[in-house]
Design a protein around this ligand. Structure first.
Ligand SMILES: CC(=O)[C@@H](O)[C@H](O)COP(=O)(O)O
Ligand SMILES: NCC(=O)COP(=O)(O)O
Length: 264
């Protein structure tokens, strides 16, 4: 049996956060990207916020230039398309630099971190021209969404290709009596998205403890983007060992999901 492994996209925000505390250029975001890709990561994610607290607009073309040497890997750029995201991405497209996926996230400017998905139907019509613009640039569009079944058909009707399920509620419940209910909630949302013809991504506060169970229970997750915990792990284990540990969690989760292994 062939096991399809969920893709791991490493979010480098927190490498940039440390770099920005001095004017020395270390730790290097591009060096981190290279080490993660060499270790087998399937892609790189950044979330260039308008305040440039971590990833700066200038980091994005540097990373895209690096990704030209990795044609089988993906560059995912996250952000609010009503703020800076379309400018950042449009400059890459104009320069013919690689970008594969944009993830639209409804964060306010200066928001501490992402904490909710888009609202349907409230946000639908204003998102439509931006989805169309990203498609005209040849990009895949993913919408950051809470784990609800109801809006998935509308997200598909709007033209989205994927949804990224906001996983913080699952991560917060992991290891508590709420974990089972959260897994069921995310599985139902993912299935609704799949039934609507969307592909499913997931991210936020995923880590080495909670990742395998998520992948084992939530159907057909195409990609996870992981930053905060992965970079924290890399401080202790190094990028290569850390990426390989996350890849093992994904493989194990996928094998459990496909019935290739049993537990207990
Ligand atoms: C959309 C999402 O969940 C991530 O991009 C997250 O927002 C990371 O951003 P910070 O690293 O700024 O917390
Ligand atoms: N889309 C989620 C992401 O890129 C990383 O989120 P986190 O692992 O930093 O919480």
């Amino acid at each position: 049996m062939t096991f399809i492994t969920t893709a791991l996209s490493v979010n480098l925000n927190k490498v940039a956060l440390v770099r920005n505390t001095r004017h020395l250029g270390i730790p290097s975001v591009t060096r981190a990207a290279t080490l993660c890709l060499q270790a087998g990561a399937h892609g790189i994610t950044v979330h260039p916020r308008p305040d440039e607290r971590h990833i700066r607009a200038s980091d994005v073309p540097e990373l895209a230039t690096l990704l030209k040497d990795w044609p089988d890997r993906e560059f995912n750029i996250e952000g609010n398309p009503f703020h800076n995201l379309m400018d950042v991405v449009g400059q890459l497209v104009a320069a013919k630099l690689p970008v594969h996926q944009v993830t639209f996230v409804p964060d306010s400017e200066g928001q501490f971190t992402s904490d909710h998905g888009w609202s349907f139907p409230a946000d639908a019509q204003r998102l439509k021209p931006l989805i169309d613009q990203a498609h005209a640039w040849g990009l895949r569009v993913s919408l950051f969404m809470d784990a609800d079944t109801a809006p998935m058909a509308a997200a598909k009707a709007l033209g989205a290709d994927r949804v990224e399920l906001y996983t913080e509620p699952y991560a917060a419940a992991w290891g508590t009596p709420e974990q089972t209910d959260q897994l069921a909630r995310f599985a139902a949302a993912a299935q609704a998205a799949l039934d609507a013809g969307l592909q499913v991504n997931a991210g936020h506060d995923l880590n080495l403890d909670n990742l395998t169970a998520f992948i084992a229970h939530v159907p057909k997750v195409s990609e996870v983007s992981i930053g905060h915990a992965l970079i924290a792990d890399a401080l202790e284990m190094g990028y290569a060992a850390t990426v390989q540990s996350y890849l093992r969690c994904l493989t194990l989760g996928d094998r459990l999901a496909q019935g290739g292994l049993s537990v207990g």
